[in-house]
Design a binder for this molecule. Structure first.
Ligand SMILES: Nc1nc2c(ncn2[C@@H]2O[C@H](COP(=O)(O)OP(=O)(O)OP(=O)(O)O)[C@@H](O)[C@H]2O)c(=O)[nH]1
Ligand SMILES: [Mg+2]
Ligand SMILES: [Zn+2]
Length: 438
């Protein structure tokens, strides 16, 4: 076995790393000192944990370390896997050094959250390096669900066959874990985590520690946001209180007042949101946003009349469904430098112009939604996206009917814009736009 040192790491003993003063668990949002992090035992005799149950290895506070900084479990096996001292769920190593940036994606069932998350992630991986930032998995194991989605849409061996991302289930074990906190079992959503880190092309490369972030997002089921569903045993939407940015998907196909503006041939308009699911639970989208705002203010302990100080981006998914709106086009991505060798920059002014135009259209047709959005946050923008760039098609699989998309037909439009707009507008250290060249 490797040589051991009996020294427990503290804020000042850092294995050559610059640890954060406080680490925030991305599972239960508990803030703790890095020296309190637990480790996950590896010896097969140590199966069973007091908080996570019989199928998980025991979490332990280490007293012995190898020279490489690995903790040694009570049966002498070295381990590097870390866990939160409260919920005992996994905490990836970069979280001890890099601050998290929580992003909440809100939206009704079938509004397009999972497809948007997948196409956004896939495109960010390719685009961010052209903006001087690496965008990679902070922990490939916890990101396995998003890998599966990306594989389905972008690395599919049968690109000419229609495929689909399944509806997100409220109890999907790949997306949730239950921990017993103070004797009560609580269901937490699994965080998808991406490390955003400046490359040598970035103007603030020398200040990497200040620029770098771990972007944390969650793939909730739309039902998690419906009024009345929240219960004490679920913490699945409590990220709303922690998030720096709210992305609310306002699905046009769920808004009857916009119907006059659509092409008629999207199957969702003919066969419903999910063809075999029976009548959908009808929830007005402003009600959903209002409910999310009520919960956020409650978690934050602020007045129910206060506007939140975080930006709200109203994302209009499935924008391909519109039959050409005057003054709005997402045919071209709003970036300069995409075709040249130089750095890519977001054209902030183009995004803001589009946002204004969308606001005008929504104000005319759904004024209550605009009123709700603008009473929720001090900074609201409206950004159209299309994950497919076209409609899905109705397909049959056995006795089941569903909407599928052929991977070879997917042409995402503007899916990276909501997040990059936020970085450019409110996180200037992280990214530059064409309006704010350094
Ligand atoms: N026309 C069009 N339809 C889309 C687009 N993106 C998603 N859809 C359709 O929208 C439906 C819902 O997409 P999901 O991403 O599963 O929605 P969700 O919000 O994750 O739904 P839940 O998991 O139930 O909360 C699917 O049937 C997709 O085919 C798009 O860009 N254009
Ligand atoms: Mg989903
Ligand atoms: Zn935790």
């Amino acid at each position: 076995m490797a040589q051991q040192t009996a020294e427990k790491p503290t804020g000042s003993v850092t294995w050559g790393k610059r640890l954060l003063r406080k680490v925030t668990c991305p599972n239960c949002w508990h803030a703790f000192s890095p020296e309190d992090v637990l480790f996950v035992a590896k010896n097969p005799d140590l199966l069973g944990d007091s908080v996570l149950g019989g199928n998980e290895y025991q979490r332990f506070a280490p007293v012995i370390f190898t020279v490489k900084g690995e903790a040694v479990d009570p049966r002498g096996v070295p381990t590097t896997e870390m866990a939160c001292p409260r919920c005992h769920l996994l905490v990836s190593e970069p979280l001890l050094e890099v601050p998290p940036l929580f992003i909440s994606i809100i939206g009704s069932p079938a509004s397009g959250k999972s497809y948007f998350l997948t196409t956004m992630t896939w495109q960010l991986r390719g685009l961010m390096p052209k903006m001087g930032l690496a965008f990679s998995d902070a922990d490939p194991i916890v990101n396995a669900p998003i890998h599966e989605y990306e594989q389905t849409l972008f690395l599919n061996p049968k690109p000419d066959q229609p495929t689909e991302i399944r509806k997100t289930q409220r109890d999907d074990p790949h997306l949730h874990k239950t921990a017993i906190i103070d004797g009560v079992p609580i269901r937490f959503p699994l965080p998808l985590q991406f490390l955003l880190w400046p490359t040598s092309d970035h103007p603030n490369y020398a200040d990497a520690q200040r620029v770098g972030r771990i972007v944390v997002v969650y793939d909730n089921a739309g039902e998690d946001f419906l009024p009345s569903i929240e219960d004490a045993s679920s913490a699945v939407v409590q990220h709303l209180a922690r998030s720096a940015v709210l992305l609310m998907l306002f699905d046009p196909t769920q808004e009857p007042r916009l119907k006059g503006l659509f092409r008629a041939n999207d199957p969702q308009l003919i066969h419903g949101l999910r063809p075999d699911a029976g009548p959908a639970i009808v929830v007005r989208q402003e009600t959903l946003l209002k409910e999310a705002a009520v919960r956020m203010r409650r978690y934050l302990g602020i007045s129910q009349t206060a506007r939140l100080q975080k930006p709200l981006i109203v994302v209009i998914p499935k924008f391909d469904i519109f039959d050409g709106l005057p003054g709005v086009s997402i045919a071209e991505e709003p970036y300069s430098g995409l075709k040249e060798k130089g750095p890519v920059r977001l054209r902030l002014a183009d995004v803001e112009q589009t946002s204004e135009r969308i606001r005008d259209i929504l104000k005319e047709h759904c004024p209550e939604f605009i009123a709700t959005a603008e009473s929720t946050s001090e900074s609201v923008r409206y950004i159209p996206v299309s994950s497919f760039g076209r409609s899905p098609e109705l397909i049959s699989r056995g006795s089941q009917r569903l909407y599928g998309i052929r991977p070879q037909d997917i042409r995402p439009k503007w899916v990276t814009v909501p997040l990059l707009y936020c970085f450019c507008k409110w996180g200037q250290l992280v990214l530059c736009s064409t309006d704010r060249r350094q």
